[in-house]
Design a protein around this ligand. Structure first.
Ligand code: SAM
Length: 478
């Protein structure tokens, strides 16, 4: 069952032309195909983490064409029971949304420049933030913001798992970023929407849909875009995306931006080669207000419904402003104070260390000043890599450090201990190890691994082991 007004609009049998389906679909026959696809099976796909895997796994043969690290799976496994997912080796991400990598690389003409700063404004649970983290690399910075606190916590856990160390997670309203004028090279707005593209994957989305909700979402999307616009630097890129099909939340908003804000109409992705590629892949290539648009229909593409457009803020004088710090959250550690931390990472010379409250954090040098400035005015709930706490001159490592891609490969003050699948799951369920497993662990701190990837720390003290897995990372009910 689909919401009647949506179905009618798709099949063009009433006057809901305002949703735009009459312009979008070739006719009612295509509407029937769309509804059939939305009633069918969702495809399963993942995106691998190149910072943790030297190469794409051999079994990842069926590749997502628009993402270098994306692959389709023949069936949907119980991901929760795969330790590799908990280690951040991959992220379960719907294929269409992985397109933002192609879009950004097309707009930049290849790799992102060093030190690119990306603001991912509507970020939880973190599918796109982890993708941007990969693209930006250790030299860049991703600010992943989520306005809802509980969702920001899940986002922060996914960022810890991904482990590149170049993300700051904030929990703020979009308007709070306007004070960081011209700060960001990329502003990504993956806006909350009416979710028509989720009608297949998440059947509840159908019940929440209404015409009134479409209009409410469209108005909210404009507010979000307007509130954060000042944070984007002139010449910077805005990526706007939704997981809905109707024009009101998509083309109409893009055209509204082009009309009311200083947007360059020469879209960075509008050339014919880009258009040809997208057509080959089944992606609908369109235009709104002089900006190229991309729409994913589930009856044409192997993925869920998705819409995206990228546009460049018109060039102009960059007047980067940082609001006066309301507080000093990060206290930089000097060389001597950093000593207990430096041995735990592979490239300590590339990092700076700081204390926030009881915890110590590590940052790649180019991002440190930026994170410190953001922490002065925003609600930063996680950033860089949490190293842990120092007691008596020694580090008690945080779980995030075990999952950090640049954890020192040798000479750790911990013993690496390989686990079997069942043992790794016991650890992730926070169950006690049996005698045989405990007997194999070294006395003191152990870095537990499964299939070559760290899963976390545990401390063995004689006949006891103390798991250092945080509660929010624990597998429950499975
Ligand atoms: N980008 C995410 C990903 O790839 O995993 C998905 C983001 S989801 C489509 C939109 C997010 O916007 C939600 O997490 C939602 O909580 C958040 N949101 C809701 N209302 C908002 C508002 N008024 N301003 C900013 N974000 C909002």
């Amino acid at each position: 069952m689909f919401p009647p007004e949506f179905e009618k609009s798709v099949l063009r049998d009433n006057g809901h032309g305002g949703l735009g389906y009459a312009e979008l679909l070739t006719g009612p026959e295509e509407g029937v195909q769309l509804l059939a696809a939305l009633d069918g099976e969702a495809v399963t796909s993942v995106r691998f983490n190149p910072f943790k895997l030297a190469a794409m796994p051999a079994e990842a043969k069926d590749r997502v064409p628009w993402n270098r690290y994306g692959a389709y799976l023949a069936e949907r496994p119980v991901f929760t029971l795969d330790p590799a997912m908990h280690s951040g080796a991959y992220y379960v991400q719907e294929a269409s949304s992985q397109f933002v990598e192609w879009l950004l690389r097309a707009a930049f003409g290849g790799e992102l420049p060093a030190h690119t700063r990306i603001l991912d404004l509507c970020a939880a649970p973190g599918g796109k933030s982890t993708l941007y983290s990969t693209l930006a690399g250790p030299e860049g910075l991703v600010v992943a913001n989520e306005v809802i606190r509980a969702r920001a916590g899940v986002l922060a856990d996914n960022v810890r798992r991904w482990g590149v160390g170049n993300v700051a997670v904030t929990c703020n309203e979009p308007r709070d970023f306007a004070a960081y004028r011209h700060w960001f090279d990329v502003l990504a707005v993956d806006a909350p929407c009416s979710g028509e593209g989720m009608f297949r994957k998440n059947r509840e989305a159908r019940g929440e849909w209404s015409l009134a909700n479409v209009d409410m979402c469209a108005a909210r999307q404009r507010r979000i875009l307007a509130d954060a616009w000042d944070a984007l630097r002139p010449g910077g890129l805005l990526i706007y995306s939704t997981c809905t099909f109707n024009r009101r939340e998509n083309e109409d908003n893009v055209a509204w931006l082009a009309e009311n804000y200083a947007v360059d109409v020469g879209t960075p992705t509008a050339d014919s080669a880009a258009q040809k590629k997208c057509t080959e892949w089944g992606i609908e290539f369109g235009e709104a207000g002089g900006i190229a648009t991309f729409r994913f229909w589930p009856h044409r593409v192997r993925g869920e419904g998705f819409f995206a457009a990228v546009m460049r803020k018109a060039d102009g004088r960059i007047k980067r402003e940082t609001p006066r710090a309301r507080r000093e959250l990060l206290v930089e550690l000097n060389r001597a104070e950093s000593r207990p931390l430096a041995g735990w990472v592979a490239s300590p010379e590339a990092m700076k260390f700081a204390r926030a409250g009881d915890n110590c954090y590590g940052y790649y040098r180019p991002a440190y000043r930026d994170v410190a400035a953001l922490a002065g005015g925003l609600n930063v709930i996680y950033s860089g890599v949490c190293m842990g706490q120092i007691f008596g001159g020694k580090l008690r490592p945080d779980h995030a450090l075990a999952l950090f891609h640049d954890l020192a490969p040798t000479d750790l003050p911990a013993t690496a201990s390989a686990l079997t699948l069942e043992e790794a799951l016991d650890y992730l369920r926070k169950r006690d190890f049996g005698d045989a497993t405990r007997g194999r662990l070294a006395e003191g701190l152990n870095l537990l691994t499964y299939d070559g990837l760290p899963v976390g720390w545990t401390k063995r003290i004689g006949h006891r082991t103390n798991s250092m897995l945080p509660g929010s990372f624990r597998i429950v009910n499975l």
